[in-house]
Design a protein around this ligand. Structure first.
Ligand SMILES: [Zn+2]
Length: 364
């Protein structure tokens, strides 16, 4: 199965050296695929082991060989991954100067965000495996094109992509095999209850904002970007980004949402928005927002939020901020835009597994 994709925001797969990426690493792509696969199967109430606790161990005498739905596909100790991935890389560094990270620092921050260049361009992934596994992977890629990303750093807006239209049709056909009436068998569903500690699609909200700015330099007054114009190397990076029709608005949003709009105790703030902290204290952000990318005449930004059930009121507050078109326009300095959210209600509610099944069902 061949998957051709074009990056919309930079691809980051990590590298040998922390913070550097010499080429695309398959392990970074597989790691990201596995993470999303876990989120989806958990959302369907399926069996997924907790990677931070006890992972599955292959046991030919146990039911399902002792493997959860995810380990069956992605492998576990004693059990090989069910597909092989080959990468044909036609990407290039998003910018070359500065050679390391771009520090986007809104005026009221002392540190800001450090963005590695990652890679833009197109790539072809070839997957080898049995028909059932390829069908699952096809469904996964169709889902990720619309709602997720490939590679690492989704929280910082990396890895959004677009499938080649012809290849997309082929993936659709593979998922909707003529003889199968239902797609329910693509994923391994079940009746497991929500667990608050692990990301689960039943507790995910998604959003997309589209706008058509009147001025082509609409981005120049966004918090943290103006400063980049003042230095030769960072201004060059911005020029390279503009050629890719890409604006890193993510820091301005995270900064405004976290420090100007959301209010609550510091502990809850760290839980929702994450912290780099020390090694033991690191919490990943539960909010992911992309960079702005231009699609035909329209600029688009999208992302998701995982709102665990506990401490619901603080999560609800964040969802309400995300659902405010006024806040989007204010951060972007634009007059208007079209905001869509899933669910499309200002109060966030858990979805049922049946609703998630409907959500992940592939339609032409
Ligand atoms: Zn497992």
């Amino acid at each position: 199965m061949e998957i051709q994709l074009q990056m919309r925001t930079p691809l980051w797969t990590g590298g040998i050296e922390t913070g550097k990426m010499d080429r695309i690493h398959a392990s970074g792509i597989i790691g990201g695929l596995r993470w999303w696969y876990e989120v989806i199967v958990r959302g369907l109430g399926g069996e997924v082991c907790d990677p931070t606790a006890s992972q599955c161990l292959y046991d030919p005498n146990a039911s399902n060989n002792g493997l959860c739905a995810v380990c069956q596909v992605f492998g576990a100790t004693g059990w090989r991954r069910r597909f092989r991935l080959q990468i044909d890389d036609q990407t290039g560094a998003t910018w070359n100067t500065p050679s390391d990270t771009l520090n986007v620092r809104p005026p009221d921050r002392s540190r800001g965000w450090f963005l590695p260049p990652g890679r833009m361009g197109s790539l072809t992934l070839t997957l080898h495996g049995d028909q059932k596994t390829l069908r699952q992977m096809a469904a996964l890629f169709l889902f990720l094109e619309q709602w997720g990303n490939i590679g690492a750093k989704p929280q910082l807006g990396y890895g959004l992509f677009q499938l080649d239209p012809k290849k997309r049709t082929e993936l659709f056909q593979l998922v909707q095999e003529p003889e199968s009436q239902s797609q329910a068998d693509v994923w391994k569903a079940g009746d497991n209850a929500l667990q608050s500690k692990l990301p689960d699609l039943r507790r995910f909200g998604f959003f997309r904002f589209r706008f058509q700015p009147e001025r082509s330099d609409w981005w120049s007054h966004i918090d943290g970007l103006e400063r980049l114009m003042g230095r030769r190397d960072t201004a060059q990076a911005l020029q390279a980004l503009l050629r890719h029709k890409l604006i890193p608005v993510m820091p301005a949003f995270k900064n405004a949402w976290r420090f100007q709009h959301w209010q609550g105790p510091f502990r809850e703030q760290k839980n929702l928005f994450g912290t780099v902290g020390g090694q033991n204290e690191r919490i990943r952000s539960k909010v992911a927002i992309s960079w702005a990318y231009q699609h035909q005449d329209v600029w688009e930004i999208r992302g998701w939020v995982w709102l665990p059930e506990q401490n619901d009121s603080f999560g609800q507050q964040l969802w309400k901020i995300i659902c405010s078109t006024d806040v989007w326009c204010e951060i972007l300095n634009v007059q208007q835009g079209a905001l869509e959210t899933w669910p499309d209600t200002p109060i966030f509610a858990s979805r049922s597994s049946a609703a998630v099944q409907d959500w992940v069902t592939v339609r032409q």
